[in-house]
Design a protein around this ligand. Structure first.
Ligand code: F3S
Length: 73
């Protein structure tokens, strides 16, 4: 499965980092990104392949602008 975050729409709430710091970190622009992930140059989204959703499920639920998705691939 894959986590996708619409980086450009991140408002820097920080819930993802608080709930799932193993995968999420804030950058210098005050937005979150996926540690070890890749930024898609076409969409601007961050993407990371994972085996288990784990705490990323909490990040999905907590993000106030709902820009984190977990998709099967
Ligand atoms: Fe941004 Fe949502 Fe995380 S607004 S900081 S991706 S909880």
């Amino acid at each position: 499965m894959k986590i996708i975050q619409k980086y450009n729409e991140c408002i820097g709430c920080g819930s993802c980092v608080a709930l799932c710091p193993k995968f999420w970190e804030m950058d210098n622009e005050g937005k979150a990104y996926l540690k070890g992930g890749k930024k898609n140059p076409e969409t601007g989204d961050w993407e990371l392949e994972i085996r288990k959703a784990g705490c990323n499920k909490d990040a999905v639920d907590a993000c106030p602008v709902q820009i984190i998705k977990i998709v099967e691939c």
